[in-house]
Design a protein around this ligand. Structure first.
Ligand code: ATP
Ligand code: MG
Length: 562
């Protein structure tokens, strides 16, 4: 566990309380949990909650957590997803050690247990068509009807099941069902399917199998094989728990794991359903699973979100049994807080306006020291060049400023960050009347940003030097959807926000930004946190905005230096 992670506190959440109680009562000797993704897509921020919970409690209680791929449906699963999931769990800061498992490792054992159920009269092969099975399942208010094949003798079931395995029948021709109770109030107990025929190649077992276990049959038994003590899953599995327990009770499994459910993480303006995330990728609404607008771990990483901010977010959200929707602002706050502490500061001008300093000698260059992090002297300083021509933010100039505007305006003096005071003397416009250049003068006595006569300026603005600034494209990442509950009335794709990606071309950065490592966010002073995108080429940098700065302008107005 990363050292910056808080240790557990008593009474922190109901799951930790339950584990504590199980340990104290001696019901379990040590804690074993698992994170069980199905490799049919990339992990998202909701999975981060489950990962932090499962790995977190294992570490806090001195136990272990397994990474187990729930790879029982080869039709939707791919090696690309397996690799991405491992990469993302590691990136989030967790280590499964030697406990990397796959449900497919247990196919032979699961199969043997299916035969065991058949022999005990607890499972049968059903020849009904999928439609017939659906029709005889009943509803929430009406009981189901027994299948005409329900009372087949065990020998016949065994023969058919073996032939299913041998690949004698086409997809959908037969299924193996548990023989429980077609009139059970809980639909999951109405003779649920345990095995289906699937003529498909599996990423790990290849063509060895023509039948595959269902989630319900594979999951609890895999837990038992691995000695999982606490099988933690989301609330939608609550109704599956009686089946989970039924299977454990009817099989000679080596352990009796228990399932406990907690609420899924839901985020406003976001979808966290793999089905919909897959559609976003496949229909081309985003550039891929790692598009920085995606709520996937790969997308968040590319956007520049540090893993510690995700862990802190999950910690603040907590673990409860009630479903809720968390505001994006809560997530952004975690990202901002961590980056404020860790990200180095740099200067970048998003929409440049040329400034010529008339009393600066042609060709002369000054080198100034800029602080890399205001709170960490260890982060050091860097040298930035200052010359006769610089660029400032277009937004930092107004020809006729309103009262509270403390930045550049005709006749107005401001501080250039780390440099000098300058005063605007003249405004140059093009034929269309647009401001294209400011002519200013500087005060040589203010080098470093203070005036010897103690005169105050109210604004401090950032800038880059014209002779060495490097151009960049900036991608401002906004929410993908334009309503807090995408898809609530109609197709979720209708709620996509066409403005989710804003591109700024022609931004100018201080040259040290050309060497910033990928996926390591920096603060563009007064603008926000940005991080280099893998689309960057030498001479054609691309940066993503990880998150904006809150209230930077308000602070500036209050007279504080940024
Ligand atoms: P889908 O999005 O189609 O429902 P899934 O996200 O449940 O699929 P899995 O691979 O089965 O996909 O999830 C792995 C684990 O992560 C499960 O234990 C699941 O309960 C948990 N999980 C998934 N989504 C969330 C979420 N939003 N919040 C918390 N845990 C989640
Ligand atoms: Mg699932």
């Amino acid at each position: 566990m990363p050292s910056d992670m808080p240790a557990t506190e008593a009474g922190q959440d109901f799951i930790r309380d339950l584990i504590q109680a199980d340990l104290e009562a001696g019901r379990v000797a040590s804690v074993v949990t698992r994170f069980p993704p199905e490799p049919n897509g990339y992990l998202h921020i909701g999975h981060a909650k489950s990962i932090c919970l499962n790995f977190g409690v294992a570490t806090e209680f001195g136990g272990q957590c397994h990474l187990r791929f729930d790879d029982t449906n080869p039709v939707k699963e791919e090696q690309e997803y397996i690799d991405a999931i491992e990469r993302d769990v590691r990136w989030l800061g967790f280590d499964w050690g030697r406990h990397l498992h796959h449900a497919s490792d247990y196919f032979e054992q699961l199969y043997a247990w299916a035969e065991h159920l058949i022999q005990d009269g607890h499972a049968y092969v059903d020849d009904q068509t999928p439609d017939e099975m659906r029709a005889s399942r009943g509803t929430l208010t009406e009981p189901g009807r027994n299948s005409p094949w329900r009372d087949r003798p065990a020998a016949e079931n065994l023969d058919l099941f073996r032939r299913m395995r041998a690949g004698e029948f086409p997809n959908g021709a037969r299924v193996l069902r548990a023989k429980i109770d077609m009139s059970a109030g809980n639909m999951n107990l109405r003779d649920p399917a345990l095995y289906r025929i699937l003529h498909a190649t599996h990423p790990r077992t290849g063509d060895a199998w023509r039948i595959y276990p269902t989630y319900d049959f594979a999951h609890g038994q895999s837990d038992a094989i691995e000695g999982i003590t606490h099988s933690l899953c989301t609330l939608e599995f609550e109704d599956h728990r009686p089946l989970y327990d039924w299977l454990i009770a009817h099989l000679p499994v080596p352990a009796r794991p228990r399932q406990t459910e907690f609420a899924r993480l839901n985020l406003a303006y976001t979808v966290l359903s793999k089905r919909i995330l897959t559609r976003l990728v496949q229909e081309g609404h985003v550039s891929g699973w790692d598009d920085p607008r995606m709520p996937t771990l790969a997308g968040l990483r590319r956007r520049g979100v540090p893993p510690g901010a995700l862990r802190e977010f999950v910690r603040r959200v907590g673990v409860a049994r009630a479903n809720s929707v968390v505001e994006m602002a809560a997530f952004d706050a975690c990202v901002r807080e961590e980056l404020n502490r860790t990200a180095e500061r740099r200067m970048a001008v998003l929409r440049p306006l040329r400034v010529v300093i008339e009393n600066w000698p042609e060709g002369q260059v000054d080198e100034l020291d800029a602080v890399n992090h205001p709170e960490h002297p260890d982060a050091g300083t860097r040298r930035i060049r200052f010359g006769r021509e610089i660029f400032v933010e277009r937004e930092d100039f107004m020809e006729t400023p309103p009262k509270k505007f403390f930045r550049l305006a005709p006749g107005r003096e401001v501080r250039l960050r780390y440099a000098y005071f300058i005063t605007c003397r003249e405004v140059v416009k093009d034929a269309a009347g647009e401001v294209i250049e400011l002519r200013c003068t500087y005060d040589p006595a203010t080098r470093g940003g203070d005036s010897p006569d103690g005169r105050k300026v109210q604004g401090t603005i950032h800038w880059v030097s014209a002779d060495d600034a490097v151009p960049a494209e900036l991608r401002l990442i906004n929410p993908l959807f334009n309503r807090p509950d995408p898809g609530a009335d109609g197709d979720v794709m209708d709620d996509l926000d066409p403005g989710s990606l804003e591109v700024i071309t022609g931004a100018l950065l201080e040259p040290s930004l050309a060497d910033v490592p990928m996926a390591r966010a920096v603060q563009f002073e007064r603008q926000g946190y940005y991080c280099a995108d893998p689309d960057s080429q030498p001479g054609a940098l691309v940066f993503n905005r990880t998150v904006g700065l809150r209230d930077s302008w308000a602070k500036l107005q209050a007279g504080a230096r940024p």
